[in-house]
Write a protein that binds this ligand. Structure first.
Ligand code: ADP
Length: 261
C-alpha cells in the first residue's frame, strides 16, 4: 500500500512539473513558430534552406501538440464531483465512442439495471472511457471487439476479486475489454507511468493511462488491468458506491440547526 501511495505521489509530482514546464515551453514555441513563419515568407521553395525551415516548423508543431497534451494532463487536478450514474454517462457517449473505435472494431455495451450512483467528475470520467477505448482500438489493428460493461459489485464480491489494495465496501464496476494484442508483463507493469508508451513517436505520448489512473484515484476508486498477449486486455475500474444522505428534516433537526437564523 505504501509503495502504491509513493507511486501515486510521484506521478502527481511529475504531472505538476510537466505542467509547469509545458507552460513555459509553450511561450518558447510560439516564438520559434512565429520566427520560422517569418523566415519562410522570405524564402522560395527551391532555396537551400527552405526544407530545413520547413522541418523546423513541422517539429515545432509536433512539440506544440505534445505541450497541449501535457497542459491538459496537468490541468486535471480541478475536479467537480457530482452524483453520477455510470451507465447513463457511457450510454450518452455511444456515438463518440463508436467514432473512436473506428470502422473495424465492434463496440458492445452491457449494462446491469439499477446501477448505484457514484461521485465523480463527469468530464473526467468521459476522458477515462475515451482513453481506454482509444487504447483498445490501437491494440486491434486487425479488428476485434471492444466491450464496455457496468454493474454493481457488493462488498463480498469486491473482496473476492482479490485486489489487495482495495478497501472493503460496495463498488460500481466499469469494465472495458478488447480482443487485441494484449501485453507482456514487463509492459503491463509500467502502463500507468507518465510518458510510458510503446507507440511510435507522434502516435502516443504515454500520458493517457497515467491521466486515467490519476482521475480514478482522485475519485476514491481503483483501476486494475488483466491482460494476456495475443488474447486481449480488460481494464477494471471500481468506484465506491455513493449513498446519498437522507434529507428528512425533523422538528428536532430544525431546532438544532435553524436554516434561516
Ligand atoms: P499511449 O496510448 O500514448 O501510448 P497510454 O498511457 O494510454 O499512452 O498507454 C501506455 C501503453 O500501454 C501503450 O503504449 C500500450 O503499450 C499499452 N496499452 C494500453 N492500453 C492497451 C490495450 N488495451 N492493449 C494493449 N496495450 C495497451
Amino acid at each position: 500500500l505504501e509503495e502504491q501511495f509513493a507511486k501515486s505521489q510521484k506521478m502527481q509530482a511529475i504531472g505538476n512539473l510537466a505542467g509547469g514546464i509545458a507552460h513555459d515551453f509553450n511561450n518558447v514555441l510560439t516564438i520559434i513558430t512565429a520566427s520560422v513563419d517569418f523566415l519562410l515568407l522570405n524564402h522560395r521553395t527551391g532555396d537551400p534552406s527552405f526544407q530545413d525551415l520547413l522541418l523546423i516548423k513541422q517539429s515545432a508543431n509536433r512539440a506544440a501538440s505534445l505541450v497541449r497534451q501535457l497542459l491538459a494532463y496537468s490541468r486535471r487536478q480541478t475536479m467537480r464531483p457530482k452524483m453520477l450514474n455510470l451507465t447513463d454517462v457511457v450510454a450518452d457517449m455511444h456515438l463518440l465512442l463508436k467514432r473512436v473505435s473506428g470502422d473495424h472494431a465492434k463496440l458492445e455495451r452491457h449494462h446491469a439495471r439499477d446501477l448505484w450512483p457514484v461521485m465523480a467528475d463527469i468530464g473526467q470520467f468521459e476522458q477515462v472511457i475515451t482513453n481506454l477505448v482509444q487504447n483498445a482500438r490501437d491494440a486491434m489493428p486487425d479488428g476485434g471487439t471492444i466491450t464496455i460493461s457496468t454493474r454493481n459489485v457488493e462488498a463480498a464480491e469486491a473482496a473476492a476479486f482479490g485486489y489487495a489494495e482495495m478497501t472493503e465496501g460496495d463498488y460500481v464496476l466499469a469494465e472495458i475489454s478488447d480482443t487485441g494484442t494484449g501485453m507482456p508483463v514487463e509492459v503491463a507493469e509500467r502502463i500507468f507511468e507518465p510518458f510510458f508508451t510503446t507507440k511510435d513517436i507522434g502516435k502516443g505520448t504515454g500520458l493517457g493511462l497515467s491521466m486515467v489512473y490519476g482521475i480514478v484515484k482522485q475519485s476514491g476508486g481503483f483501476i486494475f488491468v488483466d491482460t494476456k498477449p495475443g488474447e486481449g486486455t480488460t481494464f477494471r475500474i471500481f468506484l465506491p458506491r455513493h449513498i446519498p444522505a437522507q434529507v428528512t428534516a425533523t422538528k428536532s433537526d430544525a431546532v438544532a440547526a435553524p436554516v434561516n437564523a
